[in-house]
Ligand binder design. Structure first.
Ligand code: PDD
Length: 285
């Protein structure tokens, strides 16, 4: 049985509880982070902590503890659960005001802090990296502050199910004719030596993997263009891919039934995936 962390305690998962009045449960009033673990080490932990602080600040929530404490909890859970490859999930909510009320509770209401691990042996060897993903496009019906990593994941979850129903792996969301991002990842196309991905703003989450991959791409003399693109442009591109902490760099070979490029994972994406995994492993803590 897994050991999880709840508000200062390490507990067997069956004994870990959160109040029914928790704002995360009643209002989706919480933020989260997912940090991947490779060879027992955390990938880009400082990036995830920095984004957590930004999400908390945008939600007017205080940090639950220091960054050193957060790192210690991550490491303790990885150790106690003997995670070789997998992830650590962290969630902070506005806590338990003891009742349901639309108004935020007093600022001194203690936040709820929950962390747990998921073991994913061989996570870097996913068969999808060889076959590539198929995606459908759907309308982006989420709220307007997607730059904050909140736990309001109902629409992305519904999007994932729409993709599965269509025999595909994921959905790319479209707003005003342009791709925003995948259900839980950032979206990219490759045209020649150029990587095109939507610019940062309120429409998408600033992916920690995105930041790293764009840096590695520039270092490898690829051109990076941060701008919106359409589904038609993506279908006509040479290659396409997504990035996230749990998928790393993953090729997309079909969009709405149309093959991208050769319909097979291409060399640019394969190279980016290799560089990303190598560099991330090297910098893992
Ligand atoms: N999701 N966009 C959305 C909407 C996401 O939910 C995620 C991550 C990303 C990629 O961010 P990063 O590279 O920092 O993982 C982009 C995580 C993995 C999840 O919900 O499980």
């Amino acid at each position: 049985m897994r050991t999880v962390y709840v508000n200062g305690h390490y507990l067997p998962e069956s004994e870990a509880t959160v109040s029914i009045f928790d704002r995360g449960f009643l209002m989706s009033d919480g933020v989260y982070e997912v940090t991947s673990v490779l060879d027992g080490k955390l990938i880009d932990f400082p990036g995830h902590t920095a984004r957590l602080h930004r999400s908390l600040a945008e939600m007017d929530m205080a940090a639950p503890c220091s960054d050193d404490d957060l790192l210690a909890i991550h490491r303790e859970l990885v150790m106690r659960n003997a995670i070789h490859d997998g992830l650590v999930y962290l969630q902070v909510t506005r806590g338990n005001p003891g009742d349901r009320d639309f108004a935020f509770p007093p600022a001194d209401t203690p936040p709820t802090l929950v962390l747990f691990t998921q073991s994913k042996p061989g996570i870097t060897q996913s068969p999808l990296a060889k076959t590539g993903m198929k995606v459908i496009s759907i309308e982006d019906a989420r709220w307007g502050r997607r730059d904050i990593k909140t736990v309001q994941l109902l629409y992305p979850s519904m999007g994932k199910m729409m993709a599965k129903k269509a025999g595909c792996d994921d959905a790319w969301m479209v707003e005003d004719g342009h791709v925003t991002e995948g259900t839980s990842n950032n979206a990219y196309i490759v045209v020649g030596n150029r990587i095109i991905t939507r610019h940062l703003g309120n429409a998408i989450l600033s992916g920690i993997t995105r930041t790293a991959v764009l840096r590695f791409a520039r270092e490898a003399q690829m051109e990076v263009e941060e701008r919106p693109f359409t589904i038609a442009e993506a279908q006509a591109a040479d290659e396409a891919f997504i990035t996230s902490a749990t998928m790393f760099v993953m090729p997309v070979v079909q969009i709405d039934g149309v093959a991208v490029g050769t319909g097979q994972p291409g060399s640019v994406v394969a190279r980016l995936r290799e560089i990303y995994l190598d560099e991330s492993r090297r910098a893992a803590i």
